[in-house]
Design a protein around this ligand. Structure first.
Ligand SMILES: [Zn+2]
Length: 255
């Protein structure tokens, strides 16, 4: 029984406890090249949330990690079989209900731990922040917590060297041999601004990638995944501690 995971806690433990901060992991269910499972984002974010929660708990923080939400925004992958899409407006409704519960019960701090590139929580937190002024709403994308260049040879953003390495470390039984993986080649946009990264349009996945991957997975190793997992979990653990300890009314430094 891990007391920092709500899923494993009982009413007996939770009843009298003064919960300081709640962590909500949020993943996605989608194809990840030929070699990784559909729940890749969920396995990753659940493991990071649990490890970070553990570290914060051991540092004395009363944190509760909520169960992961397994479906994310997959509007660009409508034609990829069984990629399950939640609209951003559905996410807003789910998040709004969860935050209402916390606010009513006087638990004023939540960290959204995002595991999927299509989930964009900033606009949702802006809207909810105005509606729940007592709450401190924080989010982080796990894939931006540390510099990936320090851990991986090739960059990508879907079923790439990073995700493949992480899964080799976390769920090796669910990773198919790399010779079965596609190359993760990304077809570039014909629009210069999009190609150069300063303009944006949602990617039409079947036009962008043949194997659903974006990023070369072939240089992935479990050892790389282990190091990255450790670094990310530590950063997130520190974030949980910082958020738990800060006084919401006095959270900025003045000269
Ligand atoms: Zn992923």
């Amino acid at each position: 029984m891990r007391p920092y995971l709500l899923a494993e806690s009982s009413w007996k433990d939770v009843k009298g406890e003064k919960t300081q901060v709640v962590v909500l992991p949020w993943g996605a269910t989608e194809a990840h090249n030929y070699h990784l499972p559909y729940a890749t984002d969920n396995y990753q974010i659940e493991a990071i949330a649990a490890e970070a929660g553990k570290q914060a708990w051991e540092a004395g923080v009363k944190v509760k990690v909520l169960p992961n939400i397994p479906f994310g925004v997959n509007t660009g992958q409508a034609d990829i079989k069984l990629d399950i899409n939640l609209y951003p407006s559905t996410q807003l409704a789910i998040l709004s209900d969860i935050i209402e519960v916390l606010n009513r019960q006087g638990i004023y701090k939540i960290i959204l731990l995002n595991g999927h590139g299509g989930n964009n929580f900033k606009p949702l937190l802006r809207e909810l922040g105005l509606k729940y002024p007592k709450m401190l709403l924080v989010m982080t994308n796990f894939f931006q917590t540390v510099d990936k260049n320090a851990f991986f040879e090739e960059q990508g953003d879907h079923a790439d060297e990073m995700e493949t390495s992480l899964m080799m470390h976390l769920q090796p039984d669910l990773v198919l041999p790399l010779e079965q993986a596609g190359s993760g080649k990304e077809n570039k946009s014909r629009i210069a601004g999009i190609r150069e990264g300063w303009a944006w349009a949602e990617r039409q996945w079947t036009m962008v990638s043949e194997d659903t991957g974006i990023g070369n997975p072939y240089k992935a190793t479990a050892e790389k995944g282990k190091k990255f997992f450790k670094a990310v979990s530590q950063k997130v653990g520190e974030l949980i501690k910082d958020v738990a300890e800060v006084d919401i009314e006095n959270r900025y430094e003045f000269e």
